[in-house]
Design a protein around this ligand. Structure first.
Ligand SMILES: CC(C)(COP(=O)(O)OP(=O)(O)OC[C@H]1O[C@@H](n2cnc3c(N)ncnc32)[C@H](O)[C@@H]1OP(=O)(O)O)[C@@H](O)C(=O)NCCC(=O)NCCS
Length: 167
């Protein structure tokens, strides 16, 4: 941790829609970390984000710097009677400074408050940063689904399923 990044995690609101959508497009353009691939339709992504904000079974938080500029986000979905599932991303230039951990903590706190029994996610096997983050917070690898998702280039990528039991 470099220790210089000042940030806070707060509840997302409708004013965050563009920053969230554009950051999603940026991370998608990295090509290797999230399910979404370019081109991300910004207007459609903003619409999805606004809908999720209105969903009381979802929890959306953003990390922002001291000037309230967007750094990262996480969104959790309570699939009761199934587990909570979630996704997250941090802008490339702000990674490895504790933002991902803070966002994940917020998802876990919300999950515990809802009384869910388990939190799960899917991650690409090569995403060592994300797997490292999740393992650090107690998640374990529960399985590998071979050739689960088709990429736009035609490749079929495996996915790792991870979970954290809360009760
Ligand atoms: C995964 C991601 C959210 C982590 O966010 P972050 O802010 O960099 O994470 P943190 O700084 O809180 O890291 C916490 C811990 O995770 C692990 N970790 C994070 N990045 C890592 C890396 N590049 N390599 C190995 N471990 C890493 C480490 O244990 C780290 O603790 P440490 O820095 O004290 O060693 C971020 O890399 C990201 O946005 N990646 C692109 C999008 C993505 O992959 N989303 C998840 C899809 S499943």
């Amino acid at each position: 941790m470099t220790g210089h990044l000042q940030f806070e995690v707060r509840a997302a609101n409708a004013d965050d829609a563009r920053a969230v959508a554009e950051s999603r497009a940026q991370v998608a353009a990295e090509g290797r970390w999230i399910l979404a691939e370019p081109p991300v339709d910004i207007d459609a992504a903003m619409e999805v984000f606004r809908r999720v904000l209105d969903d009381d079974t979802a929890h959306v938080v953003v990390a922002v710097d001291a000037a309230d500029r967007f750094i990262g986000m996480a969104s959790g979905f309570d699939q009761h009677p199934g587990p909570v599932t979630f996704g997250m991303h941090v802008l490339a230039e702000h990674r490895r400074q504790g933002v991902g951990s803070a966002l994940l903590q917020s998802i876990l706190t919300w999950s515990r408050e809802r009384g869910t029994h388990k939190v799960v996610l899917e991650v690409w096997p090569h995403n060592h940063a994300a797997i490292g983050l999740y393992e650090r917070h107690g998640f374990v690898r529960e399985g590998l689904r071979p050739r689960q998702y088709r990429r736009r280039n035609g490749e079929l990528w495996d996915i790792v399923e991870m979970g954290l039991e809360l009760v």
